[in-house]
Design a protein around this ligand. Sequence first.
Ligand code: PMP
Length: 405
Amino acid sequence: MSLSQLARSIAESPTLRLNEEARLLRERGEPIIHLGIGEPKNKAPISAILSTAAKVVQGDIKYSPTDGLPSLKKAIIRYTEDNYDKLVAPENIIISSGAKQSISNVLFTLLNPQDEVIVLAPYWVSYPEMIRMYYGVPVVVTPEDGGFYPRMADIEKAVSSYTKAIIVNSPNNPSGVMYSEEFISGIVEFCERKNIYLVMDDIYHKLIFDGRKPISSYKFTTKDVESSKLIIINGIAKLYGMTGYRIGWAIAPRELVEIMTNVQAQTTSCTSLILQAGAEGALNGVQSVVEALRLQIQNNRDVIVSELESITGVRVTKPDGTFYCLPDFRAYMTDSVKLSQFLLKKALVVTVPGKEFGMEGHLRLSYSGTVKDCTEGVARIKWALDPNSANEIYIGDKKLVRDWL
Ligand code: PMP
C-alpha cells in the first residue's frame, strides 16, 4: 500500500524537531542551552489562568461554535479596534487552534492547484510546506543584497497570472526586522490594485522594541473589510507567552470566513472551549503583562546582540522585534545545518539552521529565554568557533571538548 506522495514530501518542522532533541538531551542530564525555540519563560497572565480555571470548574465543557466563542470574538474586536484602529464584525473573525491553523485554513480556502503564493525570504519555515500541502506553489523572493528587507520591485517581478496571495510577516521570524511603513503601504496598495490576497502574519506585531509602534495595514487601504484583500493573522502565543494555549485567529472578508469555517468544521470542529476561555481572560485582563514581557525580551535582545558582536567575523542585524535574530556565520561556515549540528554536539547549544528559513550561512538564535541563556549560549558558540580558545571547558562537571569542524 503506498502512502500519499504529497504527505510524505512534507518536511518535518525543524524547530519542533530541535525542541524534542533538546528535551531528550536535557532529560539525560546534559546542560543544554536552548536558543532554538521562540517561547518565553513567563507564566500565563493571572487573568488567563483564572478564566481557564473557572471554565474547567464549571464542568460544562462542550463543543463551541466552529468559528469561535462570541465572547472571545468580542475581545478580539476590541483588540483590533485598539491596535489596528479598525472596527470589524464578528463575522469577519474565525478563531482556530493557534495562528498556525489560521494560516493553514486561509491557504486551504484560497488555493487552487498550481496557484502561487509569494513568500519573502527569510521566511517562517512553515509557509512553503503549508502552501505545498494545498497543492499551491511557493514562490520565494530573496533580497538580492543578502539583507532581510524585501523590495517591492523584486516582488512585482515575481508576480504572475497564477499569484493568489503574498504572505508578509513583520516583525519577522527569523530575522527580527520590522518592515518599513513605506513598504507595508506599498504592498497593501499593490495587492488591492492587483487583486492579490495579502496575508499579514502579525503574530509579533506588538513585540517590538525601541519605542516602535505597531503598523496597521488597514491604514493603507481605502477598501472596507469586505472588499479588501487583506487577511490579518494574530494570536495570543507570542503576545502573552501563551504558546501552549494554541489560540489564534484570522480576520478576513466574511465570504472567506464562511468558507474557512466550513474547512475548520470538517477538520477540527472547533477550538477548545477551555483554551478560548483562557485567551479571553488574557485579552480582557490587565495589559501591563504584555509590556513587562516586551521589556524583558528587549533587554535580552540587547544582551544577545552585544555578545554576538564580540565574535570576530559574525555579522548581526539588530532585531526591531520578535524573539529572534539571524546572525551571519559565513565567516566560519556556509553550511548552516552542519554548523548547527556542530554547535549542538560540541557546545550543547541549540540553534536553528538559516537554511530552513531560506537564508543559508546564518543561524537563527532565539532570545526568548533568560539573560543567562543568551550570555552563556553565545559564550559557548564563541568558544566553539574561536580557534584560539581553550580545547576543553567544564560546565559543572560536564567536560566539553572543542575540535574544529
Ligand atoms: N507565524 C509565525 C511567524 C510564527 O513564528 C508562529 C509561531 N512560531 C506562528 C505563526 C504560529 O503561532 P501559533 O503558536 O499561534 O500557532
